[in-house]
Design a protein. Sequence first.
Length: 134
Amino acid sequence: MSKRDYSVGYGKPPVHSRFRPGQSGNPRGKAKGRKNLATELLEELSERVVVTENGRQRKLSKQTLILKRMVSDAAQGDAKARDQLLKLIGAIEQVAPDDAEEAPQSSEETKILERFRARLIEQIKSEDSKDPKG
């Protein structure tokens, strides 16, 4: 085939811009050790930091600190924290038993969660009834 007979089009790049035989289309390849977002997030949340709690220094994971703050804010009446906490509890409950990393909940843990949920629902209802807007 001569150069004049060759038509450039879809799937037919110009001869001068084609990959040479033995040349990769991605010469540098995939970056080795590149982590995805989920991996980086889990590593960041598991990082431990020093905090002072009740006059004592402790090392806690960032994830633990976030959860403690969310629960504390929800208990003090922060509506956004309460809603986020309820969503988180709902998401945890929807996880299939095969996907759960922990052992099944004991009856005592289930009772504690039920009391906590009931208390949050009562708090929401009482705030909604006091709210002049709604």
